[in-house]
Design a protein around this ligand. Sequence first.
Ligand code: NDP
Length: 347
Amino acid sequence: MQVQRVVLASRPGKNGVPVPENFRLEETTLTADLQDGDVLVRTLYLSVDPYMRCRMNEDTGADYLGPWQLSECVDGGGVGVVESSRCSTCNEGDVVTSFNWPWQTYAVLKGSGLQKVDPQLAHGHLSYFLGAIGLTGLTALLGVREKGHVIKGANQTMVVSGAAGACGCIAGQIGRLDGCVRVVGICGSDEKCKALVEDLGFSAAINYRQEDVSTRLKECCPDGVDVYFDNVGGDISDTIIAQMNNGSHVILCGQISQYNKDLPYPPPLSKETQETLQMKNITRDRFTVLNYMSKADAALYELSQCVKSGQIKVLETVVNGIENMGDAFCSMMKGGNIGKQIIKISE
Ligand code: NDP
């Protein structure tokens, strides 16, 4: 059968901004002759994520992430449906996901590498398995729980950077549900600020492209900052850390503002910020969701219940068509998304 796939056409360079032309759409022939253990899947939704920027480099800088190879099919989070199976654990019609789903309209995959999911958990919104009820939701929930030290009744203020993105949206809502009295989001547009406050229940939001973050933070966080969910790093994080309280906590989730630079992860902090952390006894532990997968099933169930009950609202930016994968990735890296960036591949 004829299928479409996306391959890596070129690398942006360690210090380059990725462009859609780094990706190329191709037609290819798929032999649907299944070997024992194989399944034929039809792709429903694909995910684009910031960590993919590292996979565009020859050396990803992370031992758990391999680089994408030139002219080879790109892969990442995906969800799809089993069309035919020669694997005892997968049946026709099953909905399955994987972190290594090829950017391809149909694919023959090893059934043993796929996780079966229950569509009921996502209330039929199968794209949620790539976002709020997938790795994104887990990152937010487990990041807050493992590193945030949120205590009900402790009158805490949480700040979230990258707040209108996939992880940020959920992290702020978890902070509120877990008992923070004030949750302030920082993001890159007025439209995003409005969504955070009006749709997701954030106490306030700051547009870092238009407003002076330091001044606005002082207004929005009169009692200082107790928990900081850091998605972006760089100047925004330095400004927030400068306003953190003694004994407060940074959840070091990601540093997207530094991903187009040739820097190790986590990128080095300024001397001033290092001194603030030390003087105020602020914890800043690196959080990696993949280290907590033993807690994933319970956490996904909790996320599913919160989404169903409306306690957590889900925002998504959905683009149609595999031909738009490169555009969607580059757009997400520059802030084109509100909530999780999803690409719909088929019905
Ligand atoms: P998002 O949906 O948040 O998309 C990325 C967002 O980053 C953009 O929408 C943009 O929003 C913002 N951004 C881009 N450049 C900058 C910049 N220079 N300064 C400030 N903000 C910027 O992606 P995810 O939710 O998937 O990922 C968020 C973070 O979480 C990333 O750092 C990622 O690496 C990390 N992560 C970490 C995991 C872990 O296990 N630790 C797992 C998954 C993700 P805006 O308009 O506001 O600029």
